[in-house]
Design a protein around this ligand. Structure first.
Ligand SMILES: [Zn+2]
Length: 247
């Protein structure tokens, strides 16, 4: 994907997170990695529903604006930590989807897994990382540690942060965690979700994502090439058996 296409994608997905109801006022931000030091970013002080191509900016390592007329947003620290932790990713999305953010501000995790499909797509854990004020170096550490084991982080007292090879992938991960939070909320009103058996979770996770970092590299490969490796027969068999047990 060239820079022009990436810019169009950024505008498209800014509008999508706004239409999904995951942001209000000037909330939320999107970045794409252009190279080792430059990030393409949505600007601060702009509704994500109104972001246009003319508003996008490029910043360097020190958050200095290299291109564009707008100012950078203050949550770039979250994005930088994500890119440091995951060299293979290309895009980061941050938003405040109301249900998942509700769990995060209540300090309630969506772990342990209670449905099969999200384990295949998101892995065995959706870490809920501790709150630290902006610029606190401990915020870098918890974000980096979280993305070492997952593609979606719930940020205590704040919102949700997702990564992907593409904006589509980061967006779909945010959509899935918000949907999962809605299901968890209903389940909690009915007595609480019943966790999946750990052996089933392990089998599902093996099929979906051998490890978060390995999966990220795999997704990147899929993006640039259509010859992605097929899952092994054994992995398919294990998952078929696991799903059979669930039915
Ligand atoms: Zn935020």
């Amino acid at each position: 994907m060239n820079e022009e296409q990436l810019r169009r994608e950024m505008v498209n997905y800014s509008h999508k997170i706004y239409r999904s109801g995951w942001v209000a006022n000037h909330d939320g931000n999107l970045t794409a990695r252009l190279d080792d030091s430059r990030l393409l970013c949505t600007p601060t002080a702009q509704s994500k529903g109104d972001v246009g191509l003319e508003h996008l900016i490029i910043v360097d390592d020190n958050n200095k604006v290299l291109a564009g007329t707008r100012r950078p947003f203050s949550e770039l620290q979250l994005h930088r930590a994500a890119y440091r932790a995951r060299p293979e990713i290309g895009c980061v999305i941050h938003a405040h989807p109301p249900t998942a953010s509700g769990f995060a501000v209540a300090g309630i995790s969506l772990d342990p897994p209670f449905m099969a499909e999200p384990v295949v797509s998101l892995g065995k854990t959706i870490p809920l990382v501790s709150f630290f004020p902006p610029k606190d170096p401990r915020l870098d550490s918890v974000i980096e540690e979280g993305f070492g084991k997952a593609d979606v982080l719930m940020l205590a007292n704040h919102g949700v942060l997702t990564v992907g090879a593409t904006f589509e992938q980061a967006f779909l991960r945010m959509e899935l965690v918000e949907h999962l939070a809605k299901i968890a909320l209903v389940a909690r009103q009915l007595g609480g979700p019943i966790p999946l058996d750990a052996s089933v979770v392990d089998a599902l996770a093996k099929k979906g994502r051998p490890s978060s970092a390995a999966k990220g590299r795999e997704n990147l490969q899929r993006n640039v090439s259509s010859s992605a490796p097929e899952p092994s027969v054994d992995a398919n068999k294990i998952v078929a058996q696991a799903l059979q047990k669930l039915r």
